[in-house]
Design a protein around this ligand. Sequence first.
Ligand code: NAP
Length: 255
Amino acid sequence: MDRLKGKAAVVTGGAVGIGKACATRMAEEGAQVAIFDLDCERGEALAGELGRGGWKAKFWRCDVSVEAEVKAAIDAAASQFGRLDVLINNAGIAGANKPTHELTEAEWDRVQAVNVKGVFFATKHAIPHLKASGGGSIVNLSSIYGLIGAGDVPPYHASKGAVHLMSKNDALIYAPDRIRVNSVHPGFIWTPMVEGFLADQDDQAEARKGLDALHPLGHVGEPDDIAWACVYLASDEAKFVTGTELVVDGGYTAR
Ligand code: NAP
């Protein structure tokens, strides 16, 4: 119940999918949660739902690829909650799925702007608040695609590989400030992103079975599988854990 009691957290891309599950489980564990997203309708709805459940959550519209918006939203959340202890860098996009030689510069840049620069901006502007709290935890959503190649979505692989190493390096930079930085590497998790990934397949049921079969445990994961990993890394249970990668992939990368 109270694994995050007294802490204040920001979850980027928190309106749906993995971010929604993180925001929900963190609020239920006692954190005050700031939900950042582009999707105002679903972000407001989630904050309202959590509030009616007796938990503390507030929505801010924030595009993580725009530095001024990220700074304004993080400062506002820290001011509203009186502190900041946890940043979950979850917002991300899959981007164009073409072989490298067919990609445009704009397609490449858009994925890096959200998935890499977004993590940089949020980390940059959260750090002063985490330092003021005497320490904290940053959790960066990388992917199995930040560990191995799958032969598709090249900009996405590059972005998630970058996030993996940014996490380790920031872990070293901020360890003296008692700010821990870790990455989480999900296998396929059933969210709007993965539904979109399968959208152009003729036989959706067959495509889903194919995705399931990629995971030795026999199925794709659920958003809560990742949310609980984030709750752990955000909590004091993980007080000696920094610079590591937590792989939650049903065995995908165990081969
Ligand atoms: P999702 O279903 O697509 O949800 C992502 C959320 O982020 C959406 O609400 C989206 O809003 C928001 N978002 C997109 N661009 C944004 C921006 N520039 N600023 C703020 N918010 C933005 O994604 P998900 O599947 O939950 O994935 C969450 C994270 O886990 C991502 O970093 C993803 O790469 C990573 N991941 C996912 C999987 C998986 O299988 N699902 C596997 C490995 C890693 P809009 O809908 O309005 O665009």
